[in-house]
Design a protein around this ligand. Structure first.
Ligand code: SF4
Length: 447
């Protein structure tokens, strides 16, 4: 996947400037069309213990996990189990080549997720504004001398939900379901049909100590940890990790961000989180209609979710953000959903981050019928225009992502007929297995 001649060039450059590598020429402006600050500041892990450069590193077309992991110059994947020091990952040729490409205007294939969205005129998560001290921390061989400021820690795939667009790599319940389907000889939906090797990787118990052990050297500039699952607020290992950070006195210096479905029974964890410098909760919430939300985020108890959401907002001074993921199941209800989020933001600030499902293809809204897509293209700009004053549009990315939706849905994939047939079959499999009724909730998918 990497351009090997570029790797060779970069390795030569690295050898020639050991210790005395000059800083990047201050006059050199990163190319706005490709630059992204993520690989200059952030390090991510996966549930198999490998490292990735970004949470969007999974190939949205093949939906193969663990394929874009950070590798050493021999092509061996770095793993938290065996890595000697984090700098060997952070300033590996893999990272340096990616940084060089993003600065020099090359669309590195590792960032295919963003290039695809941008080619369709949709908003991508790429952060193209160079950060303030970029030229102070970046050497001419694309080493970032300061270490990552942000680490995303995958705490395993243990999860209490199996959201319909999720994957066994991120949900143990999905993995169990796949095994049950196989056992009974039923068709496993293609996007979750994991190989034996992937399954073994998903079951690995990943130690989180590498982060604690590096806080005094390679991670001395760490400002923020993001906990990701599965569901980190119910994962034993994640809870132990939180306890360790508190016990060792690190929590007061670190901001923690938790990606959560908030389907938790105990509120004790929220009191523990108070021990951190600051807390951001990114709460996944896809629909305001209880039945539709439970179908998408299966099998969430929507009423209990609302109680917990309300409890946390009233009792803790956390920065709470909603993460809303748009798919065929909710894109036609954007007005209803975002009007509700806006109503919630009246008493207390609330940011909304919007994500768009690209994979599984059969839940990607580009595969809706032409008439439904036309409806979205007609309604969306009008509704946005009428509600420009919404508070939720002033923060988060929701306004820009929603503005790009007409462009996104207008794209007509060439495999539409095949994917729609698959969608019908997949929904039948899930309805039978989960006891849901997709026809009743989403009749427009069946006309
Ligand atoms: S360009 Fe996109 S995929 Fe690449 S690091 Fe940035 S956000 Fe991630």
């Amino acid at each position: 996947m990497l351009n090997t001649s570029r790797v060779a060039r970069c390795r030569f450059a690295a050898l020639s400037c050991v210790r005395t590598a000059p800083r990047l020429n201050r006059l050199m402006q990163p190319d706005k069309n490709t630059f992204c600050s993520t690989p200059f500041r952030e390090l991510y892990t996966e549930n198999d213990g490998s490292f990735i450069h970004c949470c969007h590193a999974v190939d949205t077309e093949s939906v193969r996990f663990f394929e874009n992991s950070v590798k050493d110059s021999q092509g061996t994947v770095f793993n938290v189990d065996t890595v000697k020091d984090l700098d060997s990952v952070w300033n590996s040729e893999f990272y340096k080549t990616l940084r060089q490409d993003l600065i020099q205007g090359v669309q590195n294939p590792l960032c295919k997720h963003c290039w695809r969205l941008e080619a369709m005129g949709a908003e991508s998560p790429r952060d193209s504004s160079p950060f303030k001290d970029l030229d102070l921390v970046l050497d001419s061989d694309y080493t970032v001398t300061s270490g990552p400021e942000f680490v995303d820690l995958k705490t395993g795939n243990t999860c209490n939900l199996k959201c319909i667009m999720c994957h066994p790599a991120n949900s143990s319940l999905h993995l169990e379901e796949v095994q049950e389907l196989r056992h009974t000889g039923e068709t496993v939906p293609s996007a979750v049909a994991v190989s034996h090797k992937e399954e073994t990787n998903m079951r690995k118990q990943i130690p989180l100590d590498f982060l604690l052990n590096n806080l005094d050297h390679d991670l001395k500039n760490l400002k923020e940890i993001q906990l990701h699952g599965g569901e980190p607020l119910v994962t034993k290992k994640a809870l132990e990790f939180i306890d360790n950070l508190i016990a060792k006195g690190h929590s007061k210096q670190i901001k923690v961000r938790v990606i959560t479905n908030l389907a938790v029974c105990s509120t004790e964890i929220f009191h523990k989180l108070e021990q951190f410098q600051s807390v951001e909760l990114i709460v996944s919430w896809d629909h305001v209609n209880p039945k539709k939300n439970s179908f998408i985020r299966y099998p969430i108890n929507h009423a209990r979710f609302l109680e917990t959401f309300d409890y946390v907002r009233k009792n803790h001074s956390f920065d709470i953000k909603i993460s809303n993921t748009l798919s065929v199941f909710n894109i036609l209800d954007i007005e209803e959903i975002y009007d509700h989020f806006e109503a919630l933001s009246q008493d207390q600030a609330l940011a909304v981050t919007t994500n768009i499902v690209q994979a599984p293809s059969y839940f990607n809204s580009q595969y809706l019928s032409q008439s439904l897509k036309r409806k979205i293209c007609d309604r969306m700009p009008r509704w946005l225009e009428q509600n420009l004053e919404y508070k939720i549009f002033r923060t988060g990315n929701c306004f820009s992502v929603l503005s790009g939706i007409p462009n996104f849905v207008s794209y007509q994939p060439s495999d539409t007929d095949q994917i729609l047939k698959e969608q019908e079959k997949v929904l039948a499999v899930y309805d039978k297995k989960r006891g849901t009724n997709s026809q009743e909730l989403f009749h427009f998918l069946f006309v």
